[in-house]
Structures are given as structure tokens and as C-alpha cells.
Design a protein around this ligand. Structure first.
Ligand code: IMP
Ligand code: MG
Length: 217
């Protein structure tokens, strides 16, 4: 009687649990994945550290903000690979924006492009009259980028720019230009920071090469 009931969110109510503000220890590696049909035993070699990515993403944010026309922006992330990069990138762009996503499948679970781009989920809002920044994880052949640029251009944005965390240095296509690039992509199949190999490794904080992986289904 007279005593206040504790809210379930009150820290006092969470007895015996570790404090919330814990971060995973640095330097974790998924070098083995248990279970058949996965990437068991395929060694990972880190090529770009989480710290190097964070520094470059902060620079990219400033570059993008300084070069885009003034006005509100729609940032369109290509799912699923770009979700981690986009989460960091949008926080480095200090202007009004909305965020939207396109679901795309071009590789399936293989390491070689199927040559066919399939839209698995469309934007939630129209982009007509908006400044649009398309955010990709990695551009290899450019097939996905070309397809998506054609799709978005047809919807009448006020401007349309592209950004990829990684791009093959050999990729140069004037019809589907990359305006902002984080790093030249290493000559390897890479995973981590959102990029997957057979849907695994997206949660690695840095970018790693899958060494000697044969991932064909
Ligand atoms: P593109 O159409 O050949 O340019 O390939 C682009 C898409 O393929 C990217 O959005 C990625 O999802 C995927 N991709 C290409 N190379 C890699 C890689 O090295 N690791 C993981 N995914 C990749
Ligand atoms: Mg992928």
C-alpha cells in the first residue's frame, strides 16, 4: 500500500543481469562456421579494419553533403548488403533526409553474378522531384547499378547520385557513374560490414577476404 510499482524498464527491476553498456571485444573472427553446406574452415583475412571504415565513412559523409544540391534528400539503400554501410553513412550526412530501401537479388548464394537483377522489394515512397542518393555495398560488374539507375531515373528524381563503399577500380561506365566511393575493392570475394558470403559474415565489423573459397552451389 502506497508503494510505487516498479516499471519493468527500471534498472532496479533487472536483477542479476550484466550492465547494458557492454561492447563486444575487439578483434573477433569467424574463422569457422559449424554445420554442413556452410563455409566451415574457410579462412578470413581482414583487409579493411572497422576503424579505417569509420574514418572513410565520416569523410564520405562530408564529401556527399558538400557536393549534393541543397535541399532534402532521399537516401536509397540496396538491400541487403548496404544496410550496415548506410546506417553509418546517413549519420555522417548532416542534412534533412528520408531513408528508403530497394531489395535486390543478383548473385543468389554464388560468388559470380547470375547476370539477372531481380527486385525483391520496392521503395515505400515516390522519389519524383527529390534529390536521391543510391547507396550500394560494392560495385563489381556494374550490372546491379546500371539496372537500378535506369529504374530510378524513370521515376523523375530532381537529381540522382550514387555511392558505394567498395568499387572495382576497373569499373568505369559513363552511363552508370559512381559519384562517391569509399575504397577500391580488393581483387577477392569480400565479406563483412554488411557484405555476405552465402548470407554469412554480414556482422563482421571490418571487410575480409574469403581465402580460397569455392562457393558455387
Ligand atoms: P555487380 O552487379 O556485379 O556490380 O554486383 C553487385 C552486387 O553483387 C553487390 O551489391 C553485392 O551484393 C554483390 N557482390 C559483388 N561482389 C561481392 C563481393 O566480393 N562480396 C559480397 N558481395 C558481392
Ligand atoms: Mg550480396
Amino acid at each position: 500500500m502506497g508503494s510505487r510499482e516498479q516499471s519493468p524498464r527500471s534498472p532496479d527491476a533487472i536483477k542479476g543481469q550484466p550492465p547494458r553498456r557492454q561492447v563486444p571485444s575487439a578483434g573477433w573472427r569467424f574463422t569457422r562456421v559449424p554445420g554442413s553446406g556452410t563455409l566451415e574452415g574457410v579462412p578470413l583475412r581482414e583487409l579493411i579494419s572497422a576503424a579505417a571504415i569509420a574514418q572513410r565513412v565520416a569523410e564520405l559523409g562530408r564529401e556527399i553533403d558538400g557536393n549534393l544540391p541543397p535541399g532534402p534528400l532521399t537516401v536509397v539503400g540496396v538491400l541487403r548488403g548496404a544496410f550496415v554501410f548506410m546506417a553509418d553513412l546517413v549519420r555522417a550526412i548532416p542534412r534533412e533526409m528520408t531513408c528508403d530501401f530497394l531489395g535486390v537479388r543478383s548473385y543468389g548464394d554464388a560468388t559470380v553474378s547470375s547476370g539477372v537483377v531481380e527486385i525483391t522489394s520496392d521503395l515505400q515512397a515516390p522519389i519524383a522531384g527529390r534529390h536521391v542518393l543510391l547507396v550500394e555495398d560494392i560495385v563489381d560488374t556494374g550490372l546491379t547499378l546500371r539496372y537500378l539507375l535506369d529504374l530510378l531515373r524513370a521515376r523523375g528524381p530532381a537529381s540522382l547520385r550514387t555511392c558505394a563503399l567498395l568499387a572495382k577500380s576497373t569499373y568505369k561506365d559513363a552511363s552508370a557513374p559512381l559519384d562517391f566511393v569509399g575504397f577500391d575493392a580488393p581483387d577477392a570475394f569480400v565479406v563483412g560490414y554488411g557484405l555476405d558470403g552465402r548470407q554469412l559474415y554480414r556482422n563482421l565489423p571490418g571487410i575480409s577476404a574469403l581465402e580460397g573459397a569455392t562457393l558455387e552451389p
